[in-house]
Structures are given as structure tokens and as C-alpha cells.
Write a protein that binds this ligand. Sequence first.
Ligand SMILES: [Zn+2]
Length: 107
Amino acid sequence: MSITIHDKVHDVDREYIPGMGRNPGEERQVSHLYVEITLPDPDDVRLTIDTYLPMCQRGWNRSNGASFSIFRGHVAARGVCKICQRRAEAGLPGVESKPGSHKTKWL
Ligand SMILES: [Zn+2]
């Protein structure tokens, strides 16, 4: 299941995947939004790979901000993260991982 959010700045609708964290207890928190992006394949520059970026730094929920593990398409008990939602409405891109930016929260 994807979520459509209207980008108020560029006046377009975009699709986002809600991601419920796989860490224990995250089903009781918020789901962050993830946007699909296409990157050059690091193993073969002629190819591309499709991947996802979260719309806020908290979406990097593993290894203290270096990676994420989510149930795609699932919205957790507290709904969708307000920061992710605001960034999507403002037409901002997904955020790159920043290892060490915050501790993984084991609930
Ligand atoms: Zn978020």
C-alpha cells in the first residue's frame, strides 16, 4: 500500500511507501515515509538499482542511523510521521543515511 501526498510547492501528487520499523516495539510508534529512487549500480555502471530513501532521518532505524529495516506498506499504531509528511508536502527529497546520527531505539 502506498500513500499519496500532495506536494504543495510543486503542485503535484507523489507516492510514498509507509514503513513500519521492524525493531521490537516500533509497531506502536509512527511509520516513516519512504520514496523510491533509482541509482547507478555500484557493481556495473551500465545498470541502475531501485532503492528507497526515508523522508526523515528517523527512518534510518538500524545501526544508529546507518540502515533501515521496515515492513513496507504498513502504518504503525501512531500513524505517519509528521516530519516525513511535512517534508513530502514541501517537495523535499528523501534523506541519505548519516551513520551515528542517532542511537537505534530498542523499545
Ligand atoms: Zn519520519
